[in-house]
Design a protein around this ligand. Structure first.
Ligand code: 5AD
Ligand code: SF4
Length: 483
């Protein structure tokens, strides 16, 4: 995407343009000069490494960051032994922060061996003032710190760091800006994530996302469609439309468009075979969307529909704005319209004040819905969120016990549910050669279930009918069926 920018067009001896994205092209050209000089000095091309923590949004951001680094001339490194190391961080739960602190010490030892090395931190964790304070105080070797609102500025920040020779910290509290037409380096040639919106306005009481990702902003439908057209022309057959709450897409646009209307337009793109999206908030999932899913031939029969808790009382304190009954009724309507839909969810255990009774309500939802899979989380207190000051912390051993009971049941149900397509033929998008079995490839069915079957790398990126011979609980072993 937009990787054909001619950086030679930019006169880096003049002042930088003020308009985006021209300004960033200018800084990419400037940064490229530095990379070239370092190459001359070292006799080999400088390398860069990005480590991504967290969700698909971060993964997509990292592709954009990698796009910029490739454009300015860095070669991609396999690990942190590189000239430029960037951690794209997550802060949704405390253990995500701990992982980053844990690895910073290692980066420091590497930097001592390579004085040219630049270390940068970006992403959600950097939007927390306490974190930035701690990094400034105790991690003096970090060169660049930026947040979630200015990832497009990477080249500019590198230039600043090189010119000023001291640490650059650039964190914005929020933004209305969406900069289009920057390079990206996709991980897979045949599938891609595409942001349709940024930020979140829901303020679930446990969640830090609205504070670190800012208010909800939707991209213009024509920009999304143009990006998709371009991706398809480059060989992409499957897209994942990304947003913290895709069901409220378009509400804040000057000419509002619903998510269902956007999907109808995306469906028309010739050559695009599969459409996925996440995440859906149950409170905003419209009848119109259910209809579009029913009629579509491209939208995958998979819905990630986080329930978080089965207790109406807890859901209220979580500020989720639906009840247990409304959630179950929604699931029923979706299943009526799309009977073979695969449903997945997120569940939090140990929210402040959660009683055994509340927990049993969650277990009841799990029994009734029978999710294909569920991501289960222990509640993590996030400073600055309303839940952080709520009373009724659940003792650790009680949380642990509930978590184990939930996980056991979720996994049992999951293995039963996932086996339902056994002995049928399904279309599988081949993603990789199998990492464990020689002569096999690995792909995904439309409902996201993994399938391994005999084949070679020439199949990667194609959609193959596969007969599902054996269910292994969470995945299948199959054989390519004749067309
Ligand atoms: N503690 C535990 N889990 C959380 N999530 C979000 N915030 C927290 C928190 N403070 C979970 C939710 C969300 C998923 C992405 O992470 O289940 O859906
Ligand atoms: Fe967090 Fe709720 Fe927004 Fe999801 S919808 S990102 S859980 S505030």
């Amino acid at each position: 995407m937009y990787n054909e920018i001619d950086l030679d067009k930019f006169d880096i001896s003049s002042d930088p343009p003020t308009e985006e994205p021209a300004r960033q092209y200018y800084f990419m050209a400037k940064c490229r000069e530095w990379v070239r000089a370092l190459e001359q000095k070292n006799g080999c091309r400088p390398t860069a490494f990005i480590q991504t923590f967290g969700c698909q949004m971060n993964a997509r951001d990292s592709e954009k960051l990698q796009g910029i680094l490739t454009q300015v001339g860095f070669r991609e490194a396999k690990d942190e032994k590189a000239d430029f190391v960037l951690y794209n961080t997550c802060t949704v739960r405390e253990n995500a922060n701990q992982k980053v602190y844990g690895r910073l010490g290692y980066l420091n030892t590497l930097k001592k061996k390579n004085p040219h090395m630049l270390i940068a931190l970006c992403g959600c964790m950097m939007q927390e003032p306490d974190v930035v304070r701690k990094i400034k105080k105790s991690y003096g070797f970090v060169d660049i710190v930026f947040g979630t609102h200015n990832i497009f500025k990477l080249a500019e920040l590198i230039c600043q760091r090189l010119e000023q020779k001291n640490r650059i910290v650039d964190i914005l509290d929020g933004t209305d800006q969406i900069v289009e037409e920057l390079p990206t380096e996709r991980k897979f040639p045949f599938k891609s994530g595409v942001n349709i919106m940024f930020g979140c306005n829901n303020f679930c009481s446990y969640c830090i996302v609205p504070y670190v990702r800012g208010r909800e902003r939707s991209r213009q439908p024509e920009d999304i469609l143009a990006e998709l057209q371009k991706l398809v022309s480059e060989g992409v057959v499957e897209v994942m439309l990304l947003g913290q709450n895709v069901n409220s897409y378009g509400k804040t646009l000057e000419h509002p468009v619903t998510f269902a209307q956007l999907l109808r337009q995306i469906e028309e793109i010739e050559g695009l075979r599969r459409i996925r999206f996440m995440t859906s908030h149950p409170k905003d999932l419209s009848e119109e969307l259910i209809q579009v899913m029913r009629e579509s031939t491209k939208i995958c029969h998979h819905l990630h529909l986080p329930v978080q808790s089965g207790s109406t009382r807890i859901l209220k304190v979580m500020n989720r704005r639906y009840t247990k009954e409304q959630y179950l009724e929604l699931v029923e309507r979706i299943r009526e319209a799309v009977p073979d839909i695969s449903l997945t969810t997120d569940i939090i255990v140990g929210f402040p004040g959660e009683s055994e009774e509340d927990f049993l309500e969650t277990m009841d939802v799990v029994e009734r819905v029978r999710f294909d899979s569920a991501f289960t989380f222990i509640y993590s207190r996030r400073t600055g969120t309303p839940a952080a000051s709520m009373e009724g912390a659940v003792p650790e051993e009680v949380v642990k016990d509930r978590f184990d009971r939930l996980l056991t049941r979720v996994q049992q149900i999951s293995s039963e549910v996932c086996a339902r397509d056994l002995h049928t033929t399904r279309e599988v998008l081949v993603e990789t050669v199998d990492g464990h079995l020689d002569g096999y490839v690995t792909g995904r069915m439309d409902n996201n279930t993994v399938v391994h079957f005999p084949g070679d790398s020439s199949l990667i990126g194609s959609i193959v009918p596969v007969y599902l011979e054996e269910s292994k609980g969470f995945y299948y072993m199959g054989t390519a069926a004749s067309r």
